[in-house]
Structure formats: structure tokens, C-alpha cells
Design a binder for this molecule. Structure first.
Ligand SMILES: [Zn+2]
Length: 60
């Protein structure tokens, strides 16, 4: 059915994570989340989708 189409897009390990286009955007959200949750939140650039995600605690 999808023989020519890669299915990798559907199985990215980060599929259920928030994604941001820019580091600035991710950082702003990280700062807010850190205040609200008291957890350590850091933005990092994803090597799978090349967008920015937030890393909470050690869940990378
Ligand atoms: Zn990603």
C-alpha cells in the first residue's frame, strides 16, 4: 500500500512530544513549565525531526 512511502515519519520516538520551531519558543515554554512544575526543563534540538523539544528530568 505504502511501498514507496517511508513510515519513519509515523514512528518517530518523539511523536508524542511537544515540538517547537525555534529554540526561543522552546526556551520560553521551558521557563514557564519550570515555574509551574518545579521540574528541570531544558530545550534540545531533536535529531529525528529537527525541531526543538523539551526535556523534562532525564526523559530524553
Ligand atoms: Zn523530534
Amino acid at each position: 500500500m505504502d511501498e514507496d512511502k517511508s513510515e519513519f515519519e509515523d514512528v518517530l520516538p518523539c511523536a508524542d512530544k511537544l515540538a517547537f520551531d525555534t529554540k526561543k519558543e522552546a526556551q520560553a515554554t521551558a521557563t514557564t513549565a519550570q515555574y509551574q512544575n518545579g521540574a528541570e526543563v531544558k530545550p534540545y534540538k531533536c535529531s529525528y525531526c529537527h525541531l526543538w523539544h523539551l526535556s523534562t528530568n532525564y526523559d530524553v
